[in-house]
Write a protein that binds this ligand. Structure first.
Ligand SMILES: NC(=O)c1ccc[n+]([C@@H]2O[C@H](COP(=O)([O-])OP(=O)(O)OC[C@H]3O[C@@H](n4cnc5c(N)ncnc54)[C@H](OP(=O)(O)O)[C@@H]3O)[C@@H](O)[C@H]2O)c1
Length: 258
């Protein structure tokens, strides 16, 4: 079958189409014929080599996490031909077929075509972050960093739907877009003074830079959820996340690692 691979870290041009064996599902796994896959922020960081301290140098590497497709081998509750969407944490979904654990996929929504739907699985991170981890409540003040990204754009809409007051930090070109998505306030992150943004009950950071600055904006019972490394400084970033976890034990700040 055909599958995307790369033999060195770099820009999109390092990707090439390889011929690889069709996967054989392990017991309990299902075979999916991939219809579409999106390129999310994590895929870009990995392919560019920004987290090679974590991903190593074993090439060729596969790519892609979010997918839509059709079930190619029947499994409990799933029939051949069922339209599904999901996330394969191990990556490699940019391929004609993938073997997936069934708890990593579900039936795709009927109202979306499978190409559009492939852009959405990454957004489930926003549900986990805001609803399950931060337990965002109506009337609370939410700050979303990276508000036009794959995760952030869902977080802005979800925060708005949950009744929070949403402040968004995004690039200059997407300030209007995130307002349309439901942000009450939107600022260009390259120009905004964090100290002037006010205080927040929940901060969702989809970028790993400057976390201490944003943690200082939390209200006394505030919770901060971060899902990304600082890719320029991955090792200090890991240590920062670990330190923030200890702060959680002490109460007050809540930071969750990627
Ligand atoms: N832990 C998890 O489960 C999980 C799940 C999904 C994603 N992630 C991670 O989360 C990160 C974001 O993923 P994504 O798919 O949403 O990425 P994305 O689609 O590339 O979006 C990132 C956004 O962040 C903006 N941005 C960059 N630097 C910023 C800053 N300093 N302040 C505010 N905004 C900034 C970018 O705007 P410009 O383009 O204008 O610079 C871009 O719109 C990635 O590192 C990914 O690996 C983790």
């Amino acid at each position: 079958m055909r599958a995307a691979r790369f033999d060195r870290y770099g820009p999109a041009e390092v990707l090439y189409e390889a011929r690889v064996p069709k996967p054989v599902p392990e017991p309990g796994q299902v075979l999916v014929r991939v219809h579409a896959t999106s390129v999310n922020g994590g895929d870009l960081h990995i392919r560019a080599g920004r987290v090679k301290v974590l991903t190593g140098r074993k090439f060729p590497m596969a790519t892609g996490v979010d997918f839509t497709g059709e079930i190619a081998s029947a499994a409990p509750g799933l029939e051949v031909g069922d339209r599904v969407w999901g996330l394969r944490r191990a990556g490699g979904v940019a391929a004609e077929y993938i073997a997936v654990d069934p708890d990593r996929l579900s039936l795709a929504p009927k109202g979306l075509d499978l190409v559009e739907a492939a852009a959405l699985p990454v957004g489930t991170t926003a549900i986990t972050a805001l609803r399950d981890k931060a337990r965002l409540k109506a009337g609370e003040r939410l700050l979303v960093r990276g508000a036009a990204g794959g995760v952030g754009a869902i977080a802005v809409q979800l925060g708005h739907a949950m009744g929070a007051h949403v402040t968004a930090l995004t690039g200059a070109g997407t300030v209007d877009l995130v307002r349309e998505l439901g942000a009450d306030e939107a600022h260009d992150y390259r120009r905004a003074d964090p100290a002037a943004l006010g205080s927040f009950d929940v901060v969702l950071s989809t970028t790993g830079t400057g976390l201490p600055t944003y943690r200082r904006l939390l209200s006394p019972r505030g919770r901060m959820v971060t899902i990304a490394f600082d890719t320029d400084h991955p090792l200090p970033s890991l240590s920062d996340i670990a330190g923030a976890h200890r702060a959680l034990e002490a109460g007050g700040v809540r930071v969750l690692p990627a």
